[in-house]
Design a protein around this ligand. Structure first.
Ligand code: SF4
Length: 293
């Protein structure tokens, strides 16, 4: 729980505040951008505008329940019931953002894909009781695709609660990710179902994968995201834990696939106006990655 006496001095006066335990994961700024921003001289978030009206109050409370480090607080007692029940939040047809991020994955986003053949969870959120209840109401989880070893959070709880199969590349199986029911090998795409293809994208980690859904939505883990600063697709050598040249090759292989959405673990989501526009953005990113070699 956030501590009022530890609040950052840059917070705007009022009820909501961020305390000094903030890890600058960007979750609150994505959920409630009119309330939270990065502090001018520090890599931490602050409240720059106190919420006004029911919509802004709800978004601020959704950020509060989703903060991985419980760094957001209120000086007056607030009901967070509506915010707690607002996740998973629909963001596209049959696609939901789960909120409730985990400190163990540095606030990584996870997503629920609702489908008649069985729902898919992409990476693991925090196994908060309200989220588990809402996911159960939406049909539970049949398959949990883990894009890489870092964003696995509470995968064991989701497996125990919903009986889902966990899917991960064998190169990212370790003490934190084992046991998994399905392991991916090699670099060839694997169809889990006609509408679900796992695409190995080694680079960020040796076993990173992306999940392509309905040839429209590409869930990319930490391989690819939209930069909030430049508004362009991005990947970073600074967070490439395995091999940058291999990450560039993996990015080039994505040009073989059709999609218009990028839904990452970290960074911003991106929806291109067309498959051609997405391809052009990817080509431009690959050129920038080669310069950063
Ligand atoms: S969600 Fe929490 S940890 Fe992340 S930037 Fe906001 S206050 Fe900081």
């Amino acid at each position: 729980m956030a501590r009022f006496e530890e609040r950052l001095p840059e917070n705007a006066p009022g009820d909501y505040f961020v305390d000094r335990t903030c890890i600058d994961c960007d979750v609150c700024r994505q959920i409630a951008p009119t309330v939270f921003k990065q502090a001018p001289a520090a890599r931490q978030a602050i409240v720059f505008h106190q919420p006004e009206g029911p919509d802004e109050h709800l978004r601020a409370a959704m950020a509060m329940v989703s903060c991985p480090t419980a760094s957001i607080g209120t000086s007056a007692r607030q009901s967070s019931g509506a915010a707690a029940a607002a996740f998973p939040e629909p963001i596209a047809e049959g696609v939901y953002y789960c909120g409730y991020t985990s400190a163990s994955s540095y606030g990584a986003a996870s997503y629920l894909i609702q489908r008649p053949e069985g729902n898919v969870l992409v990476d693991s959120p925090r196994a908060a009781r309200p989220l588990l209840k809402r996911i159960a109401e939406l049909g539970g989880v049949r398959t949990l695709v883990l894009t890489h070893r870092d964003d696995v959070a509470d995968h064991r709880i989701f497996h125990d609660v919903f009986g889902c199969d966990r899917v991960i590349h064998e190169a990212d199986v370790d003490d934190g990710t084992a046991p998994a029911e399905v392991t991916i090998q090699g670099e060839s795409p694997l169809a889990l179902a006609p509408d679900l293809t796992v695409i190995p994208v080694p680079g960020h980690t040796r076993g990173s994968v992306a999940l392509l859904v309905r040839e429209r939505y590409l869930f990319t883990g930490d391989h690819l995201w939209l930069s909030g600063e430049t508004g362009r697709l991005d990947a970073s050598r600074d967070v490439c834990w395995h091999w940058w040249a291999e990450q560039i090759r993996s990015m080039e292989r994505l040009l073989q696939h059709r999609f218009t959405w990028v839904l990452p673990g970290h960074g911003r989501r991106y929806r291109a106006p067309s498959e051609e526009a997405m391809r052009a953005e990817l080509v431009a990113l690959i050129e920038r990655m080669k310069i950063a070699r």
